[in-house]
Design a protein around this ligand. Structure first.
Ligand code: SF4
Ligand code: SF4
Length: 373
């Protein structure tokens, strides 16, 4: 697919072309000391000149020494909050003279677009598609939001020390289908985007932009920028072999190392809330004081909460050891049997947002080292 050149100062033309048919555009913004995903109305909303500094249990934003729009890795939010809503009304029931009338709630489905989706995040959306659309139990709310979604992806040119998409083969270069893909290049005084379309919708938007064909030199600069992110990870402490993770964890189901992680884990569920692939939810039924009106709500839940696995008088995972083992083994091993892919895309969110700094890649290494001993 041919790449074109879009001057950085014309990025707003792209944003307005996406929003023109009444689409709601979601993208990165700076709020409350973090880069989060929310409404984007113009290029001025983007976190231009900001980056994130991340490590185990640590996240903060700092100024960059350039004006990059997408010069950060990933923050606490993921795109799942717009597709699998954190809380939604499923049905309402009303008592009347004829008995109880149940009314399923069809929430309005906005025409959505995302800008700034990273390669690992595209893989995470593909994982959730597999769960919510392609599996036996289709989630109509997710499927309707996903149906007309327009995705503008961005190749990563800066990796955080928590990123390990190279190990999970999910990045940093965008390889999965998307409507438009951008690569941001800052070279001396030049600041531009390489842009290519990957769908008819994307091509129609591209036609409206003040672009010119990219030269070989521009393409080379774009590839160098992505390679830089790849190299940062390949040399990083979190670079590891992922091919045998399933067998490794199955062999270590009864390892004493689970006790050691349980000693540190707070069972707070932060990792599952931040993870872009975690999809567990629960339903809650409520009634009003008159007992005549009832509602069923679906909301995000986590395998780290006691109630989540509570069945007829007890929890099947009563301690933190079994909860952490369930989470990590599901992500890296049983997910492969269940869905045919890894449940982890290597985004590193669970590492940065774990309040006690538990690092899933370190835990993998500990199992390998123990086996060697
Ligand atoms: S398990 Fe951690 S690194 Fe893997 S996708 Fe989830 S948040 Fe990202
Ligand atoms: S691993 Fe960390 S983020 Fe996850 S539940 Fe335990 S303490 Fe919380």
């Amino acid at each position: 697919m041919q790449n074109f050149l879009l001057d950085a100062e014309d990025l707003d033309a792209l944003i307005q072309a996406i929003r023109a048919p009444g689409r709601q555009l979601k993208g990165p913004i700076l709020r409350d000391g973090a880069i989060v995903y929310d409404d984007v109305h113009s290029a001025n909303d983007l976190p231009r000149g900001w980056t994130d500094v991340q490590e185990k249990g640590t996240y903060r934003v700092v100024k960059r020494d350039d004006d990059a729009f997408f010069g950060y890795a990933v923050g606490p939010h993921s795109w799942k909050k717009f597709l699998q809503l954190p809380r939604r009304l499923v049905w309402k029931g009303q008592k009347n003279t004829n008995g109880v009338q149940i009314c399923e709630v069809q929430e309005p489905v906005p025409d959505l677009a995302f800008i700034g989706v990273r390669s690992c995040e595209l893989h995470a959306i593909a994982v959730q598609d597999r769960v919510f659309i392609d599996d036996r139990y289709r989630n109509d709310s997710y499927a309707s939001r996903r149906a007309n979604l327009l995705i503008v992806a961005v190749n990563c040119t800066t990796a955080a020390p928590t990123c390990f998409c190279v190990s999970m083969h999910t990045g940093p270069q965008v390889t999965l289908p998307c409507d438009l893909a951008l690569t941001e290049v800052i070279e001396g005084t030049q600041h531009y985007f390489l842009i290519r379309s990957g769908s008819e919708q994307g091509a129609r938007i591209l036609q409206q932009l003040p672009v010119k064909p990219a030269t070989d030199r521009h393409m080379e600069q774009g590839e160098n920028a992505i390679f830089q992110a790849q190299e940062q990870m390949a040399r990083g402490v979190r670079h590891f072999q992922s091919e045998d993770l399933k067998e490794l964890l199955y062999r270590n189901y009864d390892s004493p190392l689970w006790e050691s992680v349980a000693d540190r884990c707070l069972s707070c569920a932060n990792c599952t809330m931040a993870c872009p692939t975690c999809f567990c939810s629960t339903v809650e039924d409520t009634t009003d004081l008159t007992g005549e009106h009832a509602e069923r709500w679906e909301r995000w839940d986590s395998c780290f909460t006691g109630d989540f696995s509570y069945i007829t008088g007890g929890s099947v995972r009563a301690d933190t050891r079994s909860r952490y083992r369930q989470w990590m083994t599901h992500k890296l091993a049983t997910w492969q049997d269940q869905f045919g892919s890894s449940g982890c895309v290597g985004c590193g969110r669970c590492i940065a947002w774990c309040p006690v700094g538990i690092d899933i890649t370190e835990e993998v290494t500990r199992f390998r080292e123990m086996e060697k001993q």
